[in-house]
Design a protein around this ligand. Structure first.
Ligand code: GLC
Ligand code: MG
Length: 249
């Protein structure tokens, strides 16, 4: 067995099957103890919503946290986001201008205040409206000279973030810091905001069996032998994938 960088989304990926989660947690914490494997959560949640889930599901203490769809990185239990990451996201980002531009679209329903972050403006948007307005919204934002990216997940969540920020690029930051090659980096996810996890840097990927249509479609269009679509759901699918790639027995 070898050490690896284990990165997982939370909602409907690590979390969703309580029994399988207990089993996976036991194996991961043992692996960390025996080989120095690192555990990272990469979620769209803000610090407040992350903390709620961590307590509710008794999650393992991670070695690093990627929150707010990759716009915030926290190391070693710190409560303050990594400033060297924030500095990379600032050029071309103007939060007020994003908010002003989006206010013209009545279909966009703002998410709760806790989920509005320095580098993330988030809305609820249904699938039908998304198809209708996303191209126009993107071009309006670009017309203002904003260097942004739209991330649409699960047929309901729209996040607007700096172009050079997503879960995948945040993982790259950690890989460089901790010196993990792609073959020793495992990322797991279930929905649209996880596509970047799989797309950046040919890392080993595990898509859980309950994945959403937008991720499955992307996977079908971009198949790769270093990415595995599990049959089992949530933590059970992660364990299946870790066995498939030989990271656990
Ligand atoms: C989480 C966040 C939300 C975001 C969604 C998708 O649910 O709380 O703000 O839109 O993930 O990234
Ligand atoms: Mg998810």
């Amino acid at each position: 067995m070898v050490e690896f960088l284990f990165v997982t989304d939370l909602d409907n990926t690590l979390v969703g099957d309580d029994r399988a989660l207990v089993d996976l947690n036991n194996r991961l914490s043992q692996h960390r103890q025996d080989y120095g494997t690192k555990i990272v959560y990469a979620t769209g949640r803000s610090p407040i919503l992350y903390q709620e889930l961590k307590e509710e599901k008794n999650l393992l203490e991670p070695d690093a946290l990627i929150l707010a769809v990759g716009t915030e990185i926290y190391l070693d239990g710190s409560k303050i986001p990594e400033s060297s990451w924030s500095e990379l996201l600032s050029p071309g980002w103007n939060r007020d201008l994003v908010v002003a531009t989006t206010s013209k679209f009545v279909e966009l329903k703002p998410q709760p205040d806790t989920e509005q972050r320095s580098f993330k403006v988030s809305f609820f948007l249904d699938q039908e409206d998304a198809e209708k307005i996303l191209p126009e919204l993107e071009s309006e934002l670009q017309k203002c000279g904003l260097n942004i990216k739209l991330i649409y997940s699960s047929g309901v969540d729209l996040d607007i973030v700096p172009r050079n920020s997503d879960k995948g690029q945040a993982v790259q930051f950690l890989r460089q810091k901790w010196k993990f090659v792609a073959e020793r980096t495992v990322v797991c996810g279930d929905s649209g905001n996880d596509i970047a996890l799989f797309a950046v840097g040919e890392v080993i990927g595990i898509i859980v069996g309950n994945a959403k249509q937008e991720l499955l479609q992307w996977h079908n269009e971009n198949p790769a032998d270093y990415r595995y679509l599990a049959q089992n759901f949530c933590a059970g699918g992660i364990l299946e994938g870790l066995k498939h790639f030989g990271f656990v027995e």
